[in-house]
Design a protein around this ligand. Structure first.
Ligand SMILES: [Fe+2]
Length: 197
């Protein structure tokens, strides 16, 4: 069941996210050979297999959660396909997660524009769908945008999640489901809460 966003709490946020994976994970990831759930789970699984820190695993796991915009109360008939899904996701998550996680969510599209501007070889690795959306997203960053972006204290994690985003498009990869990661996600929520008190 889908809870009211207003009533989400540190005790229910992980179940809410898990229910999105369970109910909607099989939805199409436009133009890619994996569905949305597989896409995010693949990034998180690769990060875990590579021994990357929890922040990067959870960042990859949640980076596209805002694609399910109707879950986040921002859907309108005027929405176009790329209606800032990254902002919708981050806005809900920032109540419960540290800034490193919400920045990975909020800036994963910007990170693509950043890498296209700073790493010419990165272009060559983008999928066709990703190249197409790059155009809608404003193309590679300008020099000023690059300078500004590099000031983000979570830059390293944002870039790491971006690479996982690009990698998580394998039609044949088997991953655990969301609930494998749920204890780690809850730990992050609990730590964040404790750090604020
Ligand atoms: Fe993605």
């Amino acid at each position: 069941m889908k809870p009211d966003l207003e009533t989400l709490s540190p005790e229910t946020i992980v179940a809410f996210i898990g229910s999105i994976f369970d109910r909607r994970g099989e939805e199409e990831y436009l133009g890619e050979p994996v569905n949305m759930g597989q896409h995010m789970l693949q990034g998180a699984t690769m990060a875990e297999q590579n021994g990357q820190p929890d922040e990067i695993i959870v960042g990859a796991l949640l980076h596209d959660i805002g694609h399910f915009t109707s879950e986040f109360g921002t859907f309108s008939m005027d929405d176009t396909e790329d209606r800032h899904h990254e902002d919708a996701g981050a806005a809900v998550l920032e109540r419960f997660f540290p800034s490193v996680i919400t920045d990975c969510v909020r800036y994963h599209v910007a990170a693509k524009r950043y890498l296209c501007a700073t790493h010419p070889a990165y272009f060559a690795r983008l999928s066709e769908a990703s190249l197409h959306s790059l155009k809608l997203q404003g193309g590679p960053m300008s020099e000023e945008e690059v300078d500004l972006f590099e000031q983000n204290p979570n830059l390293k994690e944002i870039i790491a999640v971006r690479y996982l985003d690009d990698a998580g498009k394998r039609p044949d990869m088997v991953t655990p489901d969301f609930w494998h990661f749920a204890p780690m996600v809850q730990r992050m929520v609990d730590q964040h809460l404790a750090s604020q008190n």
